[in-house]
Design a protein around this ligand. Structure first.
Ligand code: SF4
Length: 194
């Protein structure tokens, strides 16, 4: 099956499909190894996720995926997140439980969007997984408006390009990009859309 980009029809289908992951519960709160005043958590979805992990890997530019350990890892904000096929999620460098829940809700939304992708197109083949290109901030920067205004939270457009390449923000956070620019950036950043 062809792995297409999701469009408005995709959004409509998402509304019709019940979420695969309804809840993520925190099962463990542990000290964070990186900072004394921070915590890391273990969460559980109660769902098997192996089939949707490759989709997360293909969507998030800097994610890593291991078939052997059945897991996908990526940075979100300053947190290292790992999702395991058995349904477990770990997240590091968290201020408190409230922040942990915000991060877990973000991951839940990501998983449910990836699950819709799998329903539509199937689990990505090994060939498709290995064809994911690297995202280059220099190429992304070429599309940005070059105002260096800082309104996106990065002090320069190049800083924003680096964040985009890491999957830490979205093109819509640049107030000066028009719809075409946003579309072009989405294509460069995400190998697939979910
Ligand atoms: S808001 Fe847009 S124009 Fe301003 S610094 Fe960020 S990327 Fe550049």
């Amino acid at each position: 099956m062809t792995h297409e980009k999701a469009g408005s029809r995709g959004s409509f289908i998402k509304l019709l499909i019940p979420p695969r992951v309804r809840e993520v519960k925190i099962t463990e709160v542990l000290p964070c190894l990186a900072a004394e005043d921070r915590i890391r958590i273990v969460g559980n979805t109660g769902e098997k996720l192996s089939d949707i992990l490759p989709v997360i890997y293909l969507y998030i530019p800097q994610a890593t995926y291991s078939r052997e350990s059945d897991s996908v890892s990526f940075m979100f904000e300053e947190h290292l997140i790992t999702i395991f096929g058995e349904g477990k999620i770990t997240a590091t460098n968290l201020k408190d439980r409230d922040e942990a829940m915000r991060i877990l809700n973000y991951v839940k939304d990501l998983l449910n969007r990836a699950a819709v992708y799998v329903i539509r197109y199937g689990t990505p083949t090994p060939e498709f997984i290995s064809s994911k290109p690297k995202v280059n901030p220099i190429e992304i920067n070429k599309i940005l408006p070059k105002k260096d205004c800082g309104e996106c939270g990065a002090s320069t457009c190049y800083g924003f390009a680096v964040k985009l390449a890491l999957g830490e923000c979205e093109p819509s956070q640049c107030l000066y990009l028009d719809a075409n620019g946003r579309k072009e950036l989405q294509k460069k950043i995400h190998f697939i859309r979910i």
